[in-house]
Design a protein around this ligand. Structure first.
Ligand SMILES: CC(C)(COP(=O)(O)OP(=O)(O)OC[C@H]1O[C@@H](n2cnc3c(N)ncnc32)[C@H](O)[C@@H]1OP(=O)(O)O)[C@@H](O)C(=O)NCCC(=O)NCCS
Length: 208
């Protein structure tokens, strides 16, 4: 359970309520600090901004290998990335999807992105990292932190994620973030860069 006694949390909550955040049928965070920027041992996570578009496009959004197991096609122009970031800002305002740009101190611009989609008492996450940064434990660190932070909210009891049955790196990230394999969902998700037919996915979760 998280500490709800901080003044900043309550004032943040008042601001969030004023803005209409957390007042939809899907979102029930009690602690709007979930929305803010935060640091892990090596990373800084912050809301994405429109100025991130060139970096995101160049580093990963147009890379077919990075996008292989994503639900979207590689971006073909920076306009795709601008539209994506506009969508992130809209979703953040409504509270439907919270996105954080993953940044490395000393490296300008995002190296990846992580999203959390709250739905009443549970939330699911998704993530992507630029290829040049794979294999350093960065995504395990980011996912672990977002899962911890989300589950610290007293209204959230389950954080879960799916990954394509062939996406072994992603499955390992989820295990390293303390999530448990729950089973396989058949024909669950479209990964259009792999197949035009829905794909089987493994589901992982951490519950409190
Ligand atoms: C999957 C992804 C997020 C992994 O990020 P990362 O920062 O390289 O992962 P980490 O360095 O934290 O590695 C976590 C573990 O996964 C393993 N791993 C990483 N990539 C792997 C791969 N392709 N195959 C097998 N294991 C892999 C690592 O060895 C490590 O395990 P270990 O500590 O036991 O050795 C990254 O490759 C990525 O963004 N891929 C494209 C987008 C994507 O697939 N997103 C997930 C959609 S569900």
């Amino acid at each position: 359970m998280g500490d709800t006694s901080g003044t900043s949390i309550f004032s943040g909550f008042a601001i969030a309520l004023h803005l209409g955040v957390f007042q939809n049928e899907r979102t029930s965070f009690a602690m709007p600090h979930i929305l803010s920027s935060f640091k892990t041992a090596r990373l800084e996570l912050r809301p994405p901004v429109p100025e991130d578009a060139p970096c995101i496009f160049d580093r990963y959004a147009q890379d077919p290998e990075v996008c292989r197991y994503m639900s979207w096609r590689p971006h073909t122009s920076i306009q795709d990335t601008h539209r994506f970031l506009e969508g992130c800002a809209r979703e953040r305002e409504t509270g439907y999807t919270l996105s954080w740009a993953i940044t490395l101190p000393g490296t300008p611009g995002p190296i990846g992105m992580i999203t959390c989609r709250p739905e009443r008492y549970k939330a699911d996450i998704g993530y992507v990292l630029a290829r040049a940064y794979w294999g350093n434990g960065y995504m395990s660190e980011a996912v672990h932190a977002v899962v911890d932070r989300t589950l610290a909210d007293p209204n959230i009891f389950r954080v879960w994620a799916v990954c394509d049955v062939d996406n072994h790196g992603s499955a390992r990230v989820l295990e390293k973030a303390g999530m448990t394999f729950e089973g396989t969902l058949h024909r669950w998700i479209m990964h259009p860069n792999v197949s035009p037919k829905p794909r089987d996915c493994h589901v992982y979760a951490r519950v409190v």
